[in-house]
Design a protein around this ligand. Structure first.
Ligand code: BEZ
Ligand code: FE
Length: 299
């Protein structure tokens, strides 16, 4: 029989379960894992009690989590998408990439579910359009700088974007493998130069549990037009970011909360006779750190 001073061995009321759970979590040898598991258990228990979660709601939560795992495969990563839709991916990017001394906000952004590693290596001025793709031809150039404001030669600028048809090449059998993906290397002055097509807005995948969630919330799925970049150089933290078209109607309602002020680019257009070309000039600023690439969300 328990005395008032010893904790119960078996839980008797909802709030007596957590201390027992924490006692078990506290035995985790790795200190950081221990800290995270204790905090997560605490938040989960508090959430369930505060919201008086019903058995039906718990079942729905399990169904959602099971579904995002089952929907993850070659063409999309629904688990990352779920974190994106809750704003958690942008939060993690911001927390871990504080603004530099000369900037007010972070220039890093979410990775998203569509980065593939081993995109084709490109030469300066190459086009990443690898099969018939609609859209205004666009030139993208800029300079990669280090934390001291010096240009970084031989930095890798990995770029990927959706086709203006609204799909990434891995989602669309009509596009060539690696269409609209490429890795450029900066020249001695830190400069890069590529050709592509102007990006268009497109919907995040809505054919899985995340689509059901968006529908239940009356949220639209359309990301504003953007290009993704991953800029890297030895001795620097990998910069993962996106650059958004400044005239997109959905800039302030991105379903994955990915747009921050410094990520809105300045796109221009130039018409010469019958030919219209768009231009984007986008510099990148690296910070010192370890060169660690993310795990690709899709193969
Ligand atoms: C994307 O930019 O491709 C993307 C990002 C987050 C969720 C879905 C798609
Ligand atoms: Fe994207």
């Amino acid at each position: 029989m328990n005395t008032p001073s010893t904790p119960p061995i078996f839980p008797t009321t909802p709030d007596t379960i957590l201390p027992l759970v924490l006692e078990v979590m506290a035995r985790t040898p790795d200190p950081r894992l221990r800290q995270l598991l204790c905090a997560l258990s605490t938040h989960l228990h508090q959430f369930v009690i505060e919201q008086q979660v019903t058995e039906r709601e718990f079942e729905q939560a399990v169904k959602f989590l099971t579904g995002i795992g089952q929907e993850t495969g070659e063409t999309k990563n629904e688990v990352i998408l779920a974190f994106d839709l809750f704003g958690v991916s942008t939060l993690v990017a911001m927390l871990n990439n504080p603004p530099g001394h000369d900037r007010e906000s972070s220039t890093a952004g979410l990775l998203g579910p569509f980065w593939r590693d081993r995109a084709p290596v490109c030469q300066p001025g190459d086009s990443i359009v690898r099969s018939s793709t609609p859209g205004i031809p666009m030139e993208v150039r800029g300079v990669v700088y280090d934390a001291d404001g010096q240009p970084v030669a031989n930095a890798k600028v990995d770029v990927w974007q959706a086709s203006p048809v609204g799909l990434y090449e891995n989602q669309d059998p009509t596009q060539a493998d690696m269409n609209l993906r490429g890795v450029f290397t900066t020249d001695a002055q830190g400069g890069y130069f590529m050709r592509t097509v102007c990006p268009s807005g497109y919907p995040v995948p809505t054919d899985g549990p995340c689509g059901e969630l968006l529908a239940a919330q009356l949220r639209h799925p359309n990301r504003p037009a953007h290009l993704h970049f991953m800029v890297s150089s030895p001795g620097h933290k990998v910069l993962i970011t996106q650059v958004f078209a400044d005239n997109d109607a959905n800039l302030t309602s991105d379903p994955v909360f990915g747009v921050t002020a410094p990520l809105v680019g300045h796109f221009t257009q130039h018409t010469d006779g019958d030919t219209t070309t768009a231009q984007l000039t986008q510099d990148f600023h690296l910070v010192r750190g370890e060169l660690v690439y993310p795990h690709p969300p899709i193969p």
